[in-house]
Design a protein around this ligand. Structure first.
Ligand SMILES: [Zn+2]
Length: 719
């Protein structure tokens, strides 16, 4: 009866939640998408609620059975000989222990992944969890819960010990431990590579093409790896960079500082104007073809191609790029609804996220609130096991792409990373996460808040670095790492309240913080050591694919037809190349463009220097024909292209192009002396400005083959 009542209540809550909830993107509720939930996905909400009810029932039945056993054990051990009931205090104490233990499990869940609970708990509780996170660990709390449940087994007083019931108690505690503790963190292995050594080791080289391991860290700023004050900050990645077989590109630029278009650029070796993917929400017609590039080339060349990612990796299921296996979430209304339901019942969240049961709640993996780099190591391990078990894949070289999302805003890393660079005195409200504000609020943040946002970001990077070390160990143990070509890079960097700038990426092109990212390439152990290990000339993310193809010996990557298409960078460090062939590579120009502005308010400079179009709730809609995918309303496609800010870096100069309703505004910066782009030299250096403008327009003409240039405005055909 009680169980039925609970189930009914849960169902009601689920339906009500589905009707009331609006999907949120980047922390903002998108009202235009809300109507679609009722129309297309009532079943998803109800089914998800039933799943939670089933999982909760399993756990509560175990707790109920434990209470029964504990009472019997208590009755005998305390010397009571009445055959019927235990005395009331014992009944209450076993119930109290069960409640307390479950409470500790809830608390452990909240300390480990606090962002999952934050929207459902009051502010003082969030502050309390933050304080608690400095005093204890989730594992400690879980062990405490299990230890409490073993208390009845301690023999007391007189009487005969009831072995069957004691064994029952112990078995139930063991079962709960499997559910809640089966993923105890491994003792930290010594997996750091030592600087000055080959990170690839000395394993005997495999025959045939090398494995390719492509690791990307969302939003990784180059200064966190190479900055003067960051020695030892990311020990695993920095040791990897310093290996004798690793080449480090120190002026590496992305084309679009937003995830999806940047990935397509990297895969295809072409800028977004040529790939056709210029924002994160392309509709089906724009995606309905094969995106030929380095992945499909590897696939055709006999590689087993695998992509593993978490919430920001929803690009992989959306584009046919050539992956055989994709372990990454998809961004759809159904996913968003299931995710909302999963987070709606905080008392059950520890069950939903337990190591044993979380595999039945895959939608949560698409949630930034549940982002944890070590989940990717496990996923990668699963993918490799599956590939090894497949007869057809057994002897194939691997092309493994692993994309970490945790450092993407809201920087929601699990314990202990969210508080790793903070103090217990921090007053809130960004204890665990921080999305960029789409209103003007962020302009009023004080230094305490800005520093906390940076602390969250740095903590998230730390969590990725530890996972990178674990991944290296895992791949080495499987014999894959040493003879692999390994790439470490990022899809873009991140603004963290630099002068005159807010938080996020893709809104503007000032400063190195979003446009420049690390690029590290470790050669396979079968290759000669690189002649040069540090490249200081300009390189672009579009150069990565042709460089990978060349280093792995894959034939057939399209040759660049002009200098704003991807080039093979390997002559820059390959000892066998003649010096003369590198001169063009030493003089590359890097083009970039902004993506979508989700907001149209605020006094930050790019909101004034821009062409106006609607905010996020009108820009986005969903496509009911394709799983309710969130897409850009097609009527704004061309407006978006005209409005983009664009930039060109050439030598020491950077030109920024900003169309406004009063004409095009240009800025000019000396990137060597002014990497943050705070001193506009456009008025002071007219000759340089003219030369850069002419170089920029010549470049735009090469990549924008379906646009006209009218009074400096770049206008797509048919607008
Ligand atoms: Zn990204």
């Amino acid at each position: 009866m009680i169980f039925r009542a609970c189930l009914f209540a849960l169902l009601l809550m689920g339906v009500q939640g589905a009707l009331n909830s609006q999907p949120s993107l980047f922390g903002k509720k998108v009202s235009s998408l809300g109507a679609g939930i009722v129309q297309f996905y009532p079943g998803a909400a109800i089914f998800e609620t039933l799943k939670i009810a089933a999982a909760a029932s399993l756990v509560f039945v175990l707790f109920g059975a434990w209470v029964v056993c504990a009472r019997k054990v208590c009755r005998r051990t305390s010397g009571m000989n009445r055959p019927t009931e235990a005395p009331p205090w014992e009944r209450r104490s076993s119930l109290a222990i069960a409640a307390l233990s479950y409470g500790l499990l809830v608390l452990a869940g909240a300390v480990e992944y606090p962002s999952l609970y934050e929207s459902a708990i009051p502010r003082f509780a969030a502050a309390g969890i933050f304080q608690l996170s400095f005093m204890t660990s989730p594992v400690g709390l879980r062990l405490m819960a299990m230890a409490l449940m073993l208390l009845p087994l301690v023999p007391r007083n007189r009487g005969r010990f009831q072995w069957p019931y004691a064994a029952g108690c112990a078995a139930i505690v063991a079962a709960l431990s499997v559910i809640f503790l089966s993923e105890l963190p491994a003792a930290s292995p010594n997996h750091m590579a030592r600087p000055g050594f080959r990170t690839g080791g000395v394993a005997s080289p495999r025959k045939g093409p090398p494995h390719i391991i492509w690791i990307a860290v969302d939003s990784l700023r180059v200064d966190r790896l190479d900055g003067p004050n960051r020695v030892g900050f990311l020990p695993a990645m920095q040791s990897f960079r310093d290996g004798l077989d690793t080449v480090s590109f120190r002026r590496h630029h992305v084309g679009v500082p937003r995830t999806f278009p940047s990935w397509i650029e990297m895969i295809q070796g072409r800028y977004a104007a040529e790939t056709g993917i210029r924002h994160m929400f392309p509709g089906f017609p724009a995606r309905d073809h094969e995106f030929e590039g380095i992945v499909s080339l590897a696939q055709k060349s006999g590689y087993k191609t695998i992509a593993v990612s978490d919430f920001a990796g929803d690009i992989f299921p959306r584009f046919a790029t050539g992956f055989d296996v994709i372990k990454a979430p998809s961004l759809s209304l159904g996913t968003l609804i299931r995710q909302n339901i999963d987070q709606m019942f905080p008392l059950y969240t520890p069950i939903v996220t337990s190591p044993l049961l979380r595999r039945f709640f895959t939608s949560l993996k698409a949630s930034p609130a549940y982002s944890a780099p070590h989940h990717l190591e496990l996923l990668a391990g699963d993918a490799l096991d599956e590939a090894a078990a497949e007869e057809a894949s057994k002897d194939k070289p691997l092309f493994l792409t692993l994309f970490y999302s945790t450092a993407h805003f809201p920087y929601s890393a699990p314990w202990p990373y969210y508080r790793a660079f903070s103090t217990p005195a921090y007053p809130g409200p960004f204890w665990f996460q921080k999305n960029p504000s789409l209103s003007a609020d962020d302009q009023n943040l004080d230094d305490v808040q800005k520093n906390q946002v940076r602390a969250l970001y740095d903590g998230a990077l730390k969590s990725v670095d530890e996972s990178f070390a674990g991944l290296m160990s895992m791949l080495r143990a499987r014999g894959i790492w040493d003879d692999a070509l390994v790439i470490l890079t990022a899809d873009h960097g991140e603004d963290l309240f630099e002068a005159g700038i807010l938080q996020g990426h893709g809104d503007h092109l000032r400063g190195d913080q979003t446009l420049r990212v690390p690029l590290l390439i470790k050669l396979p152990s079968s290759a000669e050591l690189p002649a040069v290990r540090r490249i200081d000339s300009v390189s672009r993310s579009i150069d990565l694919a042709p460089t990978m193809a060349s280093l792995a010996g894959l034939k057939g990557f399209p040759v660049a037809r002009h200098n704003l298409q991807g080039m093979d960078l390997s002559p820059l460090f390959n000892p066998s190349e003649a010096k003369s062939s590198t001169s063009a590579l030493l003089d590359l120009s890097a083009y970039s463009e902004t993506e979508i502005w989700f907001s149209r308010t605020g006094s930050v400079f790019y909101q004034k220097k821009r062409l106006d179009y609607p905010g996020i709730s009108q820009l986005l809609t969903f496509d009911p024909g394709h799983s309710g995918e969130v897409i850009l309303n097609p009527r704004y496609e061309k407006m978006l292209v005209v409005s983009k800010h664009r930039s060109l870096v050439s030598g020491n100069w950077k030109l920024i192009y900003m169309p406004t309703k009063d004409g095009v505004d240009y800025e000019l910066y000396d990137v060597q002396s002014d990497p943050a782009n705070e001193h506009d030299l456009a008025a002071l250096k007219p000759d340089v400005l003219a030369a850069m403008k002419s170089k920029f327009m010549a470049g735009v003409r090469k990549i924008e083959t379906h646009a006209k240039i009218m009074d400096d405005f770049i206008v797509p055909e048919g607008i």
